[in-house]
Design a protein around this ligand. Structure first.
Ligand code: XIL
Length: 374
């Protein structure tokens, strides 16, 4: 856990440099790259430098396309593959690996000075997990151990040094509930599959930050309690767990104070925390204008919750344009949960997020650095 103090120092240094010589795109007279004035013409990634965090987006399959890629590289300094690094894509058949699409994404990221989150090595949930049938059929522990080892070793090895963080295990808990999900890995290996997966990944890339990533643990309740306990158990077991990701899919109103508390409690274990898959659906009531304004506030509040916790180092949105959102398939069309509209125009939510990033003091009582606890 030696990482956290280093990260805190890094953030403080970044912040200090921002205070001494405010980064800001507001003063375009001196530099087009500067970002102080909210509402001025800076990108999210420039704004994120002010608060010393990274701002990421999940990138869809077949991402090439002029407008899409232009906005992606202009606004974000981190990417996650929405699908391209999942098991069913990287090893669709046993022993047959395919990294073509993921390689293209990593190359795009490197060419544009963006970090890459690896998502995900192990994810088997009944609803939308990414484990191919040949894995789900395995019952024999030794066979499962061999398959898990080959997968993690090959995938993490392939991207070693180019992916800074891995969601080693995604959604280990019941989606709605607070016990470990009894997926194929659990069935074959028992609960220790999580620690085993972390150790395998760490052996191959000791510099990668290794995460457990969880859905619907953003508010107070039994799920976050179970997640905190899981993190505690893994750490007590000596597993190389470095971070916990809260996905941040908000199907209803976010509860930013609870989110902040959850992040802080995980950080207090010595972990890095991230919001890894943010999207916030429009609330159903009110005029369109009121809905969009509420969404602006929601994005601002969620960003502030992360900014208030020194170990919260990156926020990743699950996409960026309403033109392509997984929620159209998952909850039906029209939830418009992202920050650009379908024509790549910034929505009010874009400005809410940017305001928090560029001017964390505007978070009020949560303002950074007053609440730095690192
Ligand atoms: C989703 C993708 O966005 C979809 O395109 C895919 O069909 C299913 O998976 N939690 C996660 C992500 O961790 O991997 C999921 O991504 C969304 C929920």
């Amino acid at each position: 856990m030696g990482r956290v103090p280093v990260d805190c120092v890094l953030r403080l240094v970044l912040l200090a440099s921002a205070l001494v010589q405010p980064l800001g795109c507001g003063d375009s007279s001196t530099s087009g790259n500067r970002c102080t004035a909210v509402g001025s013409d800076c990108s999210l990634r420039q704004a994120a430098q002010v608060s010393g965090v990274r701002i990421g987006a999940a990138v869809r399959s077949g991402f090439e396309g002029d407008a899409y890629t232009r906005v992606l590289v202009r606004e974000f300094d981190s990417v996650t593959a929405e699908s391209a690094m999942k098991w069913n894509q990287t090893q669709p058949r046993r022993g047959v690996f395919d990294f073509d699409e993921a390689d293209r994404l990593v190359a795009l990221a490197e060419a544009n000075d963006m970090a890459v989150r690896g998502h995900t090595l192990v994810w088997d949930q009944a609803t939308i997990g990414a484990t191919p049938p040949y894995v789900e059929e395995i019952r024999d522990p030794e066979e499962m151990r061999a398959v898990l080892s080959e997968h993690i070793t090959t995938v993490v090895g392939h991207f070693r040094g180019r992916v800074d963080a891995w969601d080693v295990v995604n959604e280990p808990l019941e989606t709605v509930g607070s016990t470990l999900y009894e997926n194929a890995f659990h069935r074959a290996l028992g609960p220790s599959y999580i620690a085993e997966a972390l150790r395998l990944a760490h052996d191959v890339d000791p510099h990668a930050t290794l995460f457990v990533n969880e859905v619907l643990a953003d508010a107070a309740g039994p799920k976050i309690e179970a997640l905190i306990q899981l993190a505690r158990d893994l750490l007590a077991d000596g597993a190389p767990l470095h971070g916990v990701g809260l996905q941040g899919h908000f199907f209803g109103p976010p509860r930013p104070q609870e989110l902040r508390r959850n992040l802080q409690e995980l950080a207090d274990l010595g972990l890095i925390v991230e919001l890894t898959e943010i999207d916030i659906v429009l609330r159903p009531a009110g005029s369109r204008e009121a809905q969009l304004e509420q969404q602006r506030q929601d994005y601002f509040d969620v960003a502030c919750a992360c900014l208030a916790v020194a170990s919260c180092r990156r926020m990743t949105l699950w996409g960026f344009t309403d033109r392509f959102t997984w929620l159209d398939g998952f909850v039906g069309p029209g939830s418009a949960p992202l920050i650009f509209n379908g024509a790549y125009g910034p929505k009010p939510a874009y400005f809410g997020l940017r305001e928090a990033l560029a001017k964390p003091a505007s978070c009020g009582e949560w303002s950074y650095p007053g609440s730095v606890e690192g």
